[in-house]
Design a protein around this ligand. Sequence first.
Ligand SMILES: [Zn+2]
Length: 442
Amino acid sequence: MTNKTQSNRAAVLLGQVLTFLDDPAIVGEERSHTCFETGAVVIDAQGTIAWVGDRNAVPDEYAAYPQTDHGKCLIMPGFIDAHLHFPQYRMLAAYGKDLLDWLNRYTFIEEQRYGDAVIAADAAGFFLDELLANGTTSCLAFSTIHPVALDALFTAATEREMAVISGKTMMDCNAPSGLTDTPQTAYDDSSALIAKWHGHGRLQYAITPRFAVTSSEAQMEVAGTLKQEHPELVFQTHLSENHAEIETVARAFPWSKDYTDVYDRYGLLSERAFFAHGIHLSERELLRLSETGASIVHCPTSNNFLGSGLFRYHHTRQADRPVSVAIGSDIGGGTSYSMLQTMRDAYVVSQLAGSRISAFDAFYLATLGNARLLHLDDEIGKLEPGKLADIIVLDPDATPAMAVRNAISTSLHDILFALLIMGDDRAVRETYVRGKPSKRRK
Ligand SMILES: [Zn+2]
């Protein structure tokens, strides 16, 4: 796209500007962020951040740019969701016993519809618009086994200029015949989709076996081969979510030391590997994940909904063998598209697990933290000159109940904490993708 065909996105956004600089758990809360209470973010014509600071110090060269005053609202980087399933967008709130029951009763039925290009296109548009309405501007998402489903998601993401990472799901056993591929077709389809989409605009391809329950040894080998052929690609799957799942994997791969060892055997642990859940990991598994730089994606609303267990945030990150932790909604096992609600459940889980996280921890995870782990931080995750203007505006007074609560906030942490406990899509006043206002509703 040339500058001439792109609409001019030059703008000055005024409000309370907040951006994280580093991990509060490592550098401390005070050094983790910068906040300009009467701040300004200048976006240039191409949708890149040109300047950030106090509104009284905006350089003269931007004086002619149109201004939007967001008052006391928070202007911050767009949320990044590190784990969710686009074909499950209709499946929130499906009543089920636990993970495997829920997969068989609902998910494996619903996902079979995605071989239809029209259904997939409708779903992709709704899904991405819902994310934008909730302030999520980028994600690492699952699709289905069908190449047309991934085509639909990446086409819709391209139309919205969003940075989306996804891949065709690989499943060749323990699922209905309408939802399985083979090791060979998984390799062929994945290879063709990598050539077609990886690096196209802001898109990235992710090698995506669903989990060890639904991939044979032969298909896990294919995943390893794809990783060897394309070491730059993200790898995503599920790990150690539920006890029955763990027992199933142990039976299917009797030679394995544990669940993590299955993925390790095929060379799938790396700094670009993302394992959703990781609730019931042993010390050996945590050490191995730490050694390889792989990340666990904490999905608290999903874990609570399916009764999977309490993720131990501080234990997982323990200093002598720290495992990187990202955060995701896990729609549709997760119960909300909102990363605010996801943070809320992360806080609640941390309380129940006996190691409380702060609002700074939570907001860091959902912005710069996820950006860093996904290697997207050269472009997004922080408000600073040169980064792309994926920006959200959050209103701490979005509802009457939030307004009366916020009236007694005495610190930035107070404001952020009330936002994550009480907020949802109603608190997202605007979402900008590359500087373009993008909060859409059907
Ligand atoms: Zn998932």
